[in-house]
Design a protein around this ligand. Structure first.
Ligand code: ADP
Ligand code: MG
Length: 708
């Protein structure tokens, strides 16, 4: 076919542009397909995990087009950094946003009109401005690229109402350009919203695996003070690594940053309560390697393309796996190992449950008979109650779980409340948030391969149930065999579905298994379930936790709806196998064992975890070896090249990673290039950077060789 020939030639050009401007030898998974689709003129939706390299999917095509490529992106800070990085690579680009003076804006618009700009970044708000619409109408726009496209959907985790303007803007252009959307959120509803709201026409959908093999995952249950101590130890033990610590509230950010500074680090806090100048400075210090650790709320991160973040620690549990994976995914973008540790306790879950209950109240979604079925077992426990006070919702950031101000307008726009069987959109939204929280809580508790749990959550079938690169695969925690209890749960569900039964919610199921004599159980006939009272030895909260864990692992599912019910999941069959065993973590089992071992046992668990984590990060897990050198000479050369990089970065007023990232420097240490050809062969070295920086690095390498 002629198109494929045409595309073939175009792909050769794309490959050349990849090396010439960005210095990379080959495309990563998904990039080639996305670029091919865009070059062939099709609308495109690319769904790839954070760190996969979505930006290149529109940046490379933009270099091959006659016209300009318009990039719509939600954050001003992102634009500045991306444009700076593109300029460093020799790609003429610019951005338009409110951080520029009106003179500067006019200047940019003139450059764009004169055809001097390949990539123009702007925020969605800009699309409604008259001057911008006039400019756009006068341009030859080859491609509109929408970054972080999940922002169009309130089903995602970062809804931005302004994103709804994009579709109309594109439709109103004199000639419709190709439209390409990029996101790391893969749920069907978000996908549908993106296609519908942006008005994508018969898009080519490219979806890559969500696996990030270079990331190590771990979860640990700890009290608030254990968390703080653990984080202090980790951060001070890894002084050379860049890292992010996410907290749930502004107060926690301030307190933890202070305690890390007291421990001798130069950690800085970041949250939306700080003025924008301070925030910008903190962010710049971080990308410039002047600050190694940032303690932040979820306000930090989107739009920070710092490739060498070596760890992301969550001080609290986020509200959804989507949010968690996006935040954790900021580690190891350069492809080198990254550690993602999630610390949690019941108070975190209670806080998130409260957010959802507040949302439900704001949207007028009542509790109803099944209303508490999304709730969590930990609610009644002393530890949870104590920490919830400290965590407090006072400074929590809006926009994640809590839809904030947007909620009311959405509620009033929505269809009139339906009575009867149908679920209103608000109810469905709340039910989906509860389901997301459930999955997140299950991830915290599971004893199974964390990568497998993540991938299954995002709709993939994991290649293996043992990735070998997560805490659960390392298996360095104590477990309790709960096989008998798990089978009771499965059978209990079975009997609720027998004889035309529709199933029951999590709370009722737990009450029934525990043998509750409440009217709700006895009156509804659940006392007649063959499994009634079979788990009377466990507290109800513990049974709920067990169900939550089994849901996250795919043995059960909670069907969304006004009355969410527990049904069998895709892996139910495994529970019927002879050798089936079901394990829970001892650290997560305080509820199950009725609170015993809270003191010494808990502390010992935390200590063991520290040891494991430390050992793993010093090469135990294998992958970490990529970060170390064979000889002390090489380690010294690496330091020397970093010094050269810092010097150049300072002269040019750019963050060091925009000169070269750590991975590129590491390859220079290994290959020791001293000729232009050899230097150009290093991944991350393009023509522009060879020309601009090659001599200084090659000189450093040569004189180092002379010395040793
Ligand atoms: P995403 O937007 O998907 O989170 P980015 O576009 O920010 O990811 O890219 C993440 C990192 O991967 C960047 O540092 C980028 O330079 C790097 N990268 C992208 N594509 C490639 C490639 N083909 N080879 C090597 N590195 C790449
Ligand atoms: Mg991106």
């Amino acid at each position: 076919m002629t198109t494929s020939n045409g595309t073939g030639a175009a792909m050769a050009d794309a490959q050349a542009a990849l090396k010439r401007y960005f210095g990379y030898e080959s495309f990563r998974p998904g990039q080639q397909q996305a670029i091919e689709a865009i070059l062939s003129g099709r609308d495109t939706l690319a769904i790839m995990p954070t760190g996969a390299g979505k930006s290149l999917c529109y940046q490379v095509p933009s270099l091959l087009f006659e016209g300009v490529t318009l990039v719509i992106s939600p954050l001003i800070a992102l634009m500045h950094d991306q444009v700076a990085a593109l300029e460093a690579a020799g790609v003429p680009s610019a951005y338009l946003n409110s951080s520029l003076s009106s003179d500067e804006q006019r200047d940019v618009m003139d450059r764009v009109r004169a055809g001097e700009v390949v990539l123009l970044y702007c925020a969605p708000e800009r699309l409604s401005r008259r001057d911008f619409r006039d400019l756009a109408a006068s341009l030859d726009i080859a491609l509109v690229a929408v970054d972080e496209a999940h922002c169009v959907s309130q089903w995602g985790h970062d809804f931005r109402p302004e994103y709804s303007m994009i579709g109309g803007f594109v439709a109103g252009l004199p000639r419709r350009p190709r439209l390409a959307a990029f996101t790391a959120t893969a749920t069907p509803r978000v996908k549908d919203d993106i296609v519908r709201v942006l008005g994508l026409r018969d898009p080519q959908v490219i979806q890559t695996s969500f696996d990030r093999p270079n990331l190590w995952f771990g979860t640990r249950r700890m009290s608030r003070s254990e968390k703080d101590q653990w984080i202090r130890q980790y951060v001070t033990g890894h002084p050379d690594d860049a890292g992010i610590v996410y907290c749930a509230s502004r107060r926690e950010v301030d307190e933890l940053a202070e305690s890390l500074r007291a421990a001798g680090t130069n950690a800085r806090g970041y949250h939306a309560g700080m003025d924008s100048d301070t925030r910008r400075r903190v962010q710049e210090d971080f990308v410039a390697d002047r600050v190694r650790v940032i303690v932040a709320t979820n306000a930090f991160g989107m739009g920070i393309d710092k490739p060498d973040v070596r760890y992301v620690i969550h001080h609290n549990m986020p509200g959804s796996m989507e949010a968690y994976y996006q935040e954790a995914g900021r580690a190891g973008r350069d492809g080198d190992p990254g550690r993602c540790m999630l610390l949690w306790n019941d108070a975190d879950i209670n806080l998130r449950t409260r957010f959802i209950n507040q949302d439900a109240a704001a949207l007028g979604v009542g509790g109803g008979a099944g209303g508490d079925d999304g709730g969590f077992g930990g609610a009644g426990f002393a530890e949870g109650a104590g920490d919830a006070g400290a965590g407090g919702a006072d400074g929590a950031e809006p926009g994640d779980v809590n839809p904030g101000g947007g909620a009311e307008s959405r509620a009033s726009q929505a269809a009139p409340q339906q009575f009867g069987q149908q679920i209103s959109q608000q109810e469905a939204l709340i039910a989906s948030k509860r389901a997301q929280l459930n999955a997140m809580a299950g991830y915290c508790r599971t004893t199974q391969c964390l990568r497998a749990v993540i991938l299954r959550y995002f709709g993939e079938t994991p290649a293996s149930e043992q990735c070998g690169n997560c805490l659960n695969c390392e298996g360095t925690f104590e477990t309790i065999d709960m096989t008998a209890a798990a089978i009771c749960v499965m059978r209990g569900v079975f009997y609720t579905l027998q004889n035309g039964g529709f199933g029951v919610g999590k709370s009722k199921l737990a009450d029934m298994l525990h043998g509750s004599k409440s009217e709700a159980i006895v009156g509804s006939g659940l006392a007649g379930n063959k499994m009634y009272g079979s788990l009377s030895a466990l507290p109800i909260a513990g049974i709920k936790d067990l169900i939550t864990q089994m849901v996250s692992e795919g043995f059960l599912v909670i069907a969304e709806g006004r009355f969410p019910v527990v049904l069998f999941g895709p892996r139910m069959e495994e529970t019927t196998h002879r050798g089936f065993r079901y394990l829970v973590k001892r650290e997560a089992s305080r509820n199950l064992s009725g609170g015993a071992g809270r003191g010494a046992g808990g502390a010992a668990g935390a200590g063991a975890g520290n040891g494991t984590y430390g050992a793993g990060s010093r090469g135990g897990a294998g992958t970490r070896a990529d970060l170390t050198f064979d000889s002390t000479d090489d380690a010294e050369l690496f330091d020397e090249l970093r010094r050269v990089r810092t010097e150049i970065a300072r002269e040019e007023g750019r963050p060091p990673y925009m000169v070269f990232n750590d991975r590129t420097l590491r390859q220079m240490v290994r290959d020791k290039p001293t000729t232009p050809d050899a230097f150009l062969a290093i991944s991350g070295v393009g023509e522009r950077k060879l020309e601009a920086y090659g001599d200084r690095f090659m000189q450093a390498i040569a004189s180092f060789a002379d010395r040793s």
